[in-house]
Ligand binder design. Structure first.
Ligand code: BGC
Length: 419
């Protein structure tokens, strides 16, 4: 009895001291800002969380919903300005340089050296991850943007076939419409409008035209007959979108294709993450084809986690652990299987990847050789954020008004000069 009492008292003391000691022993933490909140996206980022927790690092989720990260960018600015940045944020492309100029990014060279990133990443990727020669970001994946997602049952019902050119696309779209279904699933948000727009420019003008117009922002190309034709094509696509599209999230548009309400969607392969999360199989339940006229080209969108300067030494260590985890073969496989993208580093087996992913891998390699691998404008890969924003505004205005293609190209050329 007595002994029991003593041991109970001892146990209480031990428990109390554990509570007191807890802060010193608290697991290091990473806070990660991202916008991966749809079904497929959440599954993918959930894998990273599990991986970090297995390494003894606490994951503090800073998820800000909103496709293509517009809301996330605003939330990030507020946190950085208040001197309390997250450990890492989903920031990519030229925006990494813009944050670098603010002097707020962390040097993660130690992780890169340890992990031999120089031997695993092509220079076109590693250069984007560096600011003034030092790694400040870790690449996650490669998304392809110029896809068309199709429900084959809808095609069959309509007596249509998967298009490879815009002429064929409009034939298929007419048949789907006649069958009483929605031909094009779309969400009326500026970034989605711009995703369709850039894909149309690629299909109508080809990769060299795309580069001159949407990467180099060549004024003559922006106002050329080819750009006018691109806007005419976009205007025609508009007529196949249902009237409830305003503000619709991209994953809800994908769901319309998944459940057979709509036939086709122009979207990057994060859409495949939705099909996969719904248990759908490519080639059977859905088709992934290069968007009309873009079979030989590839618009890329590389996600990356950009690292911010943090004060706590434990958090600094955990930041390097996070960077190493993202480049690990385990992460590159599991995350990308769920996300719809493909690994960004070499040395990952293709065995578990489906036919859309292996097509993406093959097409990326082929377009790299052919010189038709281009950065996505709509997804922050091609130009600085001020110009990209101004161009997006023009495209959104075109989609939501009766603006003529002639007026649109003039507005586009002006937007491209935004400083
Ligand atoms: C990002 C993807 C994301 C998609 C929808 C793209 O810009 O690169 O990771 O899934 O937007 O939010």
């Amino acid at each position: 009895m007595k002994l029991n009492k003593i041991s109970a008292a001892l146990a209480a003391i031990v428990a109390a001291s554990a509570v007191i000691a807890a802060p010193a022993q608290a697991a290091p933490q990473v806070e990660v800002l991202h916008y991966w909140t749809s079904g497929g996206e959440a599954k993918a980022v959930g894998e990273l969380k599990k991986m970090m927790e297995a390494k003894g690092v606490t994951w503090k989720d800073f998820a800000v919903a909103g496709g293509a990260g517009e809301n996330a960018a605003t939330a990030l600015k507020a946190r950085v300005i208040s001197g309390n940045p997250p450990t890492a944020a989903m920031i990519k492309g030229p925006a990494i340089q813009e944050w670098g100029q603010e002097g707020v990014l962390a040097n993660i060279d130690a992780a890169a050296v340890d992990g031999k990133w120089a031997t695993l990443l092509p220079p076109v990727v590693s250069n984007v991850m560096k600011y003034q020669g030092h790694y400040v970001a870790v690449p996650v994946n490669v998304h392809r943007v110029n896809w068309l997602w199709i429900n084959p049952e809808v095609l069959a019902k309509a007596g249509a076939k998967a298009p490879t050119t815009f002429d064929e696309f409009f034939v298929a779209a007419d048949k789907i419409k006649k069958a009483g279904l929605i031909a094009v699933a779309h969400g009326g948000q500026p970034w989605q409008d711009t995703t369709v727009f850039e894909t149309v420019v690629l299909g109508v003008g080809g990769a060299q035209f795309y580069k001159k117009a949407l990467v180099q922002l060549d004024q003559a190309s922006l106002t050329s007959p080819t750009m006018i034709k691109s806007f005419e094509t976009l205007a025609k696509i508009k007529t196949y979108i249902d009237k409830d599209s305003a503000g619709r999230d991209w994953n809800l548009a994908t769901a319309m294709v998944i459940n057979g309400k709509a036939g086709m969607q122009f979207m990057g392969d994060w859409a495949k993450g939705e099909f996969t999360a719904a248990g759908k199989v490519p080639g059977k339940d859905f088709l992934c084809v290069a968007a009309p006229g873009t079979e030989k080209s590839f618009t890329f969108n590389i996600d990356s986690l950009t690292m911010f300067k943090v004060k706590n030494p434990d958090e600094q260590k955990a930041q390097l652990t996070l960077a190493a985890a993202v480049m690990s073969p385990e992460f590159q496989e599991t995350f990308n299987l769920n996300k719809g993208s493909i690994p960004v580093r070499s040395g990952i087996s293709r065995a578990k990847f489906d036919s859309c992913a292996t097509k993406s891998m093959d097409d990326m390699a082929a377009s790299n050789t052919a010189g038709t691998l281009e950065p996505s404008l709509a997804h922050g890969m091609a130009v600085d954020s001020a110009k990209a924003g101004a161009i997006q505004d023009v495209v959104a205005k075109f989609m939501n008004s009766s603006m003529t293609p002639q007026a649109a190209v003039q507005a586009l050329a002006k937007a491209a000069k935004t400083k």
